[in-house]
Write a protein of this length. Structure first.
Length: 107
């Protein structure tokens, strides 16, 4: 088996500086700021959707306790009933605020 030396390596053609750019050059600071802002807005919308889903899940669980009737103590049943109603209105508020956030030009 032949020893590996520098002379035995295949010859690769030389490239100019412009051809070596594997990563695009950084954009102007303003462009980067706008891109980061758009990404943050998308993340905030995803976060609000997860919150909406969590509220929906909690409301559904509370409603199941309400539907359980006498299975639960009077205090628990009453708390679940009030929580179900409160979460309904909280979800409506979140929806309105989320729509406002999605509106063009909203901050």
């Amino acid at each position: 088996m032949a020893a590996l030396t520098v002379d035995s390596l295949p010859v690769t053609p030389r490239r100019g500086r412009g051809e070596l750019a594997l990563v695009p050059s950084p954009s102007a600071p303003g462009e980067r700021a706008m891109q980061l802002h758009r990404e943050a807005r998308r993340a905030s919308v995803e976060h609000l959707e997860r919150l909406r889903q969590a509220i929906e899940t909690a409301q559904s669980l509370a409603q199941e306790v309400v539907d359980g009737g006498d299975l639960y103590a009077v205090g628990v049943h009453d708390l679940a009933r009030r929580l179900t109603e409160d979460l309904f209105w909280r979800a409506k508020s979140l929806q309105a605020l989320s729509e406002r956030q999605l509106a063009p030009g909203a901050h």
